[in-house]
Design a protein around this ligand. Structure first.
Ligand SMILES: NC(=O)c1ccc[n+]([C@@H]2O[C@H](COP(=O)([O-])OP(=O)(O)OC[C@H]3O[C@@H](n4cnc5c(N)ncnc54)[C@H](O)[C@@H]3O)[C@@H](O)[C@H]2O)c1
Length: 260
């Protein structure tokens, strides 16, 4: 996919580690300049230096904070002169609880980081995207469509994101802006490893995660990154309002019982 995003500037939230880091690497390989906006600036800086070979910038940003997002997008525009895509990837996943055991503070924090963040990036990035006829991409989750036990507030944020993707696609299509989302089932990242540890039986949960995917294993983030490059590239120029599963068939509902 070398050159597919040549000359593009991509503002990527939560790109310091996990799926975001894999996307940053794939975007840079495809020719883009990547602005990694992350709450953890040291890890973001290390990703830019080590993985992007300085073909990007690391920005300290709390996506839940409107002023912080505004500052990070302003810095990106000042340094790069344009903006072709916003990838809303940053999220938190805890607590792993049913709704009545979730505190009001936890609910508010999950919605601030996972959903209101998209309001912030859109508010402050839309003018630049109108100028470039760019794209918005968000990292959803299969649980936002299917549900998941013991994870009510997180599931609700991902359901909201899927609905928002459709509404935004309609609102911004007249400006030539495409709005899509990616929907992984499970992907090995620090976030997933933490979630596994929060389960009553982490060993059984890890085994379960390998087996929910019809293709037979829980992947690394590269599988998501390849699809992200596609959705931001001209190859996807007639795709908007879609939440694309990148899930090895997990949503088909069949547990994999063995290899043939
Ligand atoms: N890992 C999975 O199995 C999985 C499955 C489905 C969907 N997802 C989604 O993929 C995305 C990435 O998940 P991951 O597993 O790579 O997570 P991760 O925890 O490994 O990485 C998340 C990144 O977001 C950053 N971040 C967290 N809060 C932030 C904030 N307030 N402002 C800015 N940056 C912030 C973190 O510093 C980190 O770099 C999330 O949207 C998640 O919901 C993950």
């Amino acid at each position: 996919m070398d050159g597919e995003l040549s000359g593009k500037v991509i503002f990527l939230t939560g790109g310091a580690q996990g799926i975001g880091r894999e996307c940053a690497i794939a975007y840079a390989r495809a020719g883009a300049t990547v602005a990694i906006a992350d709450i953890n600036p040291d890890v973001a800086q290390a990703t830019v230096a080590d993985d992007l070979r300085d073909a990007g910038l690391a920005l300290q940003c709390d996506v839940a904070d409107a002023a912080s997002v505004q500052a990070a997008i302003s810095q990106t525009l000042a340094r790069c002169g344009r903006l072709d895509a916003i990838h809303n990837n940053a999220a938190i996943s805890g607590p792993s609880k049913p709704l009545h055991e979730t505190t009001g503070e936890q609910w508010d924090q999950l919605f601030a980081v996972n959903v209101k963040s998209i309001y912030h990036t859109t508010l402050h990035g839309l003018a630049a995207l109108k100028a470039s006829r760019g794209c918005i991409l968000s990292t959803a989750s299969m649980v936002g469509a299917l549900g998941q036990e013991n994870h009510a507030a997180y599931v609700a944020t991902k359901g909201a994101l899927i609905a928002l993707t459709k509404a935004m696609a309609l609102d911004y299509a007249p400006f030539g802006i495409r709005v899509n989302a990616l929907s992984p089932a499970a992907v090995w990242t620090p976030l997933l490893r933490q979630w596994v540890q929060d389960q009553p039986n982490p060993v059984a949960t890890e085994d379960f995660l390998n087996h929910i995917h019809a293709l037979g294993f829980c992947p690394e983030g590269d599988v998501v990154a390849d699809v992200a490059v596609f959705l931001l590239s001209a190859r996807a120029r007639f795709i908007t309002g879609v939440t694309l599963p990148v899930s090895g068939g997990a949503e088909l509902g069949y547990r994999r019982l063995g290899t043939k």
